[in-house]
Design a protein around this ligand. Structure first.
Ligand code: WTA
Length: 642
C-alpha cells in the first residue's frame, strides 16, 4: 500500500489553491464550461487585441486553434509588461556560471535593452517575421536574450540542445531552413571548458544551404575559426543597433518556436508551438503548479535545449515576472553538493529538477546537502520520468525537510506545459504518481480496441479527449505526420504515446512509453535514430536497440548488434560504434551495453521483436512469452548464451 502524504502542515498556498474540496469543485466546473475557464485564464497575459473565439479545435481534423484573432507578443509579455508595472529594477535572471565564484544579475530593464538591441540586429540582418533562427548554445544569458529577441520580431526560433553533434545540428537547421545560427565559441560545463560549439557549427555550415549568418558569443575568449562575411561575434553584430525595438504584433496562432523531439520512427519531429495559447498555458501552469508568488526565487535546472527550458525557464516564469536562477554548470562540479550550494547562495524557494539528477545525487549520501542551509526551499518539482519511491523520499526528507510539497509534473514537448501534477497547497501526494490532471485537462485511458478503461489499476493508453491552449499545432512542414502520429490511433483523441493506470483515488500513474521511444536520463531518444547511427559504424550489419532499467539514468540503452560476414567482434568495433553514435546524434545517445550477436529475433515479415530483446537484456529469460511468430527461433539461444 502506497502511503499518501498530505500537504505539509507548514505550507500555505500563496496563489489561493489551498482547499482540496474547492480545487476538485473547480475542476468539475471547468469540465462543464471549459471555454469560460480558458477565457478567464487568458486574461492573465497582455493582449494587444482580444480574441474573438476561445477554442476552435477539431481533433478529427487534427486542427488545433485557440484564441482566434487575438494579438500579442511573447517578449512583450515576458519583459515590457513588468517594466510598465514598475518592476523594471527587479532581477529577472541570476546567472550562475559554472565557476562557483561567478554570477551575474540581469534586471528586467536590462533584459529589455539586450533583447531589443539584439532584435534590431536580427532585423538589420534581414531576419523577418516567420523566418527561422537556430540557437545552439549552453546556459548563458545570451541564449534567453536570443530566444526573446526572435519572439520580439516574430522570427521562429529552433533551439538545438548544446550536446547535439554537428550532424544532428545540420539536420535540424535544414529541416526548418534556418537563415541564421546563434552559437558560442565554446561551451563550459564542469571540468570541460572547450565544448566545441562553433567548431561543430563550422563542420556543417557548408551543408546548410539556407544558412546565411552565424552569430558567435565570445563566452570563453577562445580563438575559433570565423569565416569572413558569414560569421560575426555577438558584440559586433549588435554594434550601432538601437536599444528600442517595438514588439511585432503577432497573431495568437503565429508560430513562436519549433523544437525537435524524437518519435518512434523516422527523423526527429519539429514540434511547432504558436504564440497565444502557449503563453497563456505556460504562464498559468507555472503559477499554479509551483504556487509561484512574485517574491519567490525560482530555479529550474533544465537546459533551454529541451521543452522544460522553453516553458519553465523562459516563457512561463518570465511572463510571471519571476526572479530566477539559470545555471551553466553540472550537478557534480566542483562536487556533488553544487545544487544545494546554489540553493543556499541564492536562497532558492522553488526548485525544479529531474529524477535522474536526484538519483545521481542521492547515491553520494546526505553529507552534501546537509552542509547547506536549504531552509529557503518551499516547493520541489520533478519532470521527465516517474519519480520513484527512494528518490521521492530523499527529496522530501533530506532536501525538503518534510516541509515542501513535491510536484511530480507529467507532460511532453507536444503538450507545451504540465498536464498532470499535484497542486502544492491542496493535493495530497503519493510517491510515483503525478496525481491529478490540472483543471481543463481531460485524460482517458483506452484499451487496445479503443474502449475506455473504467476499472481502477488497469493500464491502458493515455489519451486526451479535449485540447488545451498549450498543445502543439503541427509537425513543422509535415502536417500529415502530425495527424498520423497523434490522431490516428484513437480518432477524436490526442494520443500521448504513454501508458498509465488510475488507482482507486483517481490518481494517475504513468507507466512509460508505449512506443519505441527511450527515456534516458529524462532525454527522449528514438530507438530508430540510435539504430540508424549504429548501423553507420564500420562493419555493422544491423542493430536493434532497447531500453533497460538503469539505476541512475532510469533507462539505459542496450544495443544488440550483428556484424557483416567476415567481421569479428572486437573492442575496436565497440569504440567505433560509440564514436559514430556521438557523431551522428550526441554523447547522450551512446548505448551503455553493446552485445554482438549472430542474428536478431524477427518475425517472418522481418519486424524485430524488441519485446524478446528486452527480456534478454533484463535477464528475464525464463519466460520469453510467445515466440511462435519468430522466423528463426534458434536465434534466441545464441542471444542468451552470449
Ligand atoms: C515522460 C518532457 C512520468 C513521458 C517534459 C513523456 C514522464 C515523455 C514525466 C516526454 C513524469 C515526462 N512522470 N513520465 N512526471 N514527465 N515523462 O517530450 O514518457 O522530453 O511522454 O517532455 O517523458 O518527454 P519530453
Amino acid at each position: 500500500m502506497i502511503k499518501k502524504y498530505n500537504v505539509p502542515g507548514d505550507f500555505s498556498s500563496l496563489t489561493g489553491y489551498d482547499s482540496l474540496e474547492e480545487y476538485l469543485k473547480l475542476k468539475i466546473d471547468v469540465h462543464k464550461d471549459s471555454d469560460a475557464y480558458w477565457a478567464k485564464v487568458a486574461e492573465r497575459i497582455d493582449w494587444f487585441e482580444k480574441w474573438t473565439d476561445v477554442n476552435k479545435t477539431n481533433y478529427h481534423d487534427a486542427h488545433i486553434e485557440w484564441f482566434t484573432n487575438g494579438k500579442l507578443n511573447a517578449s512583450y509579455n515576458c519583459i515590457d509588461r513588468h517594466i510598465k508595472n514598475g518592476l523594471g529594477e527587479k532581477t529577472a535572471l541570476i546567472w550562475q556560471s559554472n565557476d562557483v565564484n561567478v554570477s551575474k544579475n540581469v534586471t528586467y530593464n536590462e533584459l529589455l535593452v539586450h533583447v531589443s538591441q539584439f532584435a534590431n540586429a536580427l532585423k538589420r540582418s534581414n531576419i523577418q517575421k516567420g523566418d527561422r533562427v537556430c540557437i545552439y548554445m549552453q546556459m548563458i544569458p545570451e541564449a534567453i536574450v536570443a530566444m526573446l529577441a526572435c519572439a520580439r520580431i516574430g522570427a521562429v526560433h529552433s533551439v538545438v540542445f548544446g550536446a547535439f553533434s554537428s550532424d544532428a545540428l545540420k539536420n535540424r537547421i535544414n529541416d526548418s531552413e534556418c537563415k541564421l545560427l546563434i552559437t558560442q565559441d565554446n561551451g563550459v560545463r564542469g571540468t570541460k571548458h572547450d565544448i566545441p560549439m562553433k567548431e561543430n557549427a563550422n563542420n556543417i555550415a557548408d551543408e546548410c544551404p539556407s544558412l546565411e549568418k552565424i552569430v558567435v558569443v565570445d563566452r570563453c575568449g577562445n580563438d575559433v575559426a570565423m569565416q569572413e562575411g558569414r560569421d560575426i561575434y555577438w558584440h559586433d553584430f549588435i554594434k550601432g543597433c538601437d536599444t528600442v525595438c517595438e514588439p511585432e504584433v503577432m497573431d495568437a496562432e503565429d508560430p513562436l518556436f519549433i523544437l525537435y523531439t524524437s518519435g518512434s520512427t523516422g527523423t526527429p519531429k519539429g514540434v511547432l508551438h504558436t504564440t497565444g495559447g502557449y503563453m497563456v498555458y505556460t504562464s498559468h501552469t507555472h503559477e499554479i503548479v509551483f504556487d509561484h508568488h512574485k517574491d519567490h526565487i525560482y530555479w529550474c535546472t533544465a537546459d533551454i535545449g529541451w521543452i522544460t527550458g522553453h516553458s519553465y525557464i523562459v516563457y512561463g516564469p518570465l511572463s510571471n515576472g519571476v526572479t530566477q536562477v539559470i545555471f551553466e554548470g553540472v550537478p557534480n562540479y566542483p562536487d556533488f553538493g553544487r545544487f544545494w550550494q546554489i540553493v543556499e547562495q541564492h536562497k532558492v524557494n522553488i526548485f525544479y529538477t529531474a529524477p535522474t539528477a536526484l538519483r545521481a545525487l542521492m547515491k553520494e549520501g546526505d553529507d552534501f546537502p546537509n552542509q547547506y542551509d536549504l531552509s529557503s526551499l518551499r516547493v520541489l518539482g520533478t519532470v521527465g520520468e516517474p519519480i520513484k519511491s527512494p528518490e521521492w523520499h530523499w527529496y522530501f526528507q533530506t532536501i525538503g525537510k518534510e516541509k515542501c510539497p513535491i510536484v511530480d509534473t507529467w507532460w511532453q514537448t507536444e503538450t507545451g506545459g504540465v498536464l498532470m501534477s499535484p497542486i502544492p497547497g491542496c493535493v495530497p501526494t503519493k510517491p510515483g504518481s503525478a496525481t491529478l490532471p490540472l483543471p481543463g485537462i481531460e485524460p482517458a485511458l483506452l484499451d487496445e480496441n479503443g474502449n475506455k478503461i473504467t476499472e481502477p489499476n488497469t493500464t491502458g493508453f493515455l489519451v486526451m479527449t479535449q485540447s488545451w491552449p498549450g498543445q502543439m499545432r503541427t509537425v513543422y512542414g509535415d502536417h500529415q505526420r502530425f495527424k498520423d502520429t497523434y490522431f490516428s490511433q484513437a480518432p477524436g483523441n490526442y494520443f500521448t504515446g504513454d501508458g498509465a493506470f488510475i488507482d482507486e483515488d483517481g490518481y494517475y500513474w504513468i507507466t512509460g512509453r508505449v512506443d519505441d521511444v527511450l527515456n534516458v536520463s529524462g532525454h527522449r531518444i528514438g530507438t530508430a535514430e540510435v539504430e540508424g547511427a549504429i548501423g553507420a559504424a564500420t562493419g555493422v550489419a544491423e542493430a536493434a536497440v532497447i531500453g533497460y532499467t538503469h539505476d541512475i539514468k532510469g533507462e539505459g540503452i542496450y544495443a544488440f548488434v550483428t556484424l557483416m560476414t567476415g567481421v569479428e567482434p572486437s573492442d575496436d568495433i565497440k569504440t567505433d560504434i560509440l564514436a559514430t553514435v556521438t557523431k551522428i546524434i550526441g554523447p547522450h545517445a551512446k548505448p551503455s551495453v553493446i552485445q554482438f550477436c549472430d542474428g536478431l529475433p524477427k518475425t517472418r515479415s522481418g519486424k524485430i521483436m524488441r519485446r524478446i530483446l528486452k527480456k534478454i537484456a533484463q535477464n528475464e529469460t525464463d519466460d520469453l512469452g510467445d515466440i511462435s511468430t519468430l522466423a528463426d527461433p534458434s536465434v534466441i539461444d545464441s542471444l542468451i548464451n552470449k
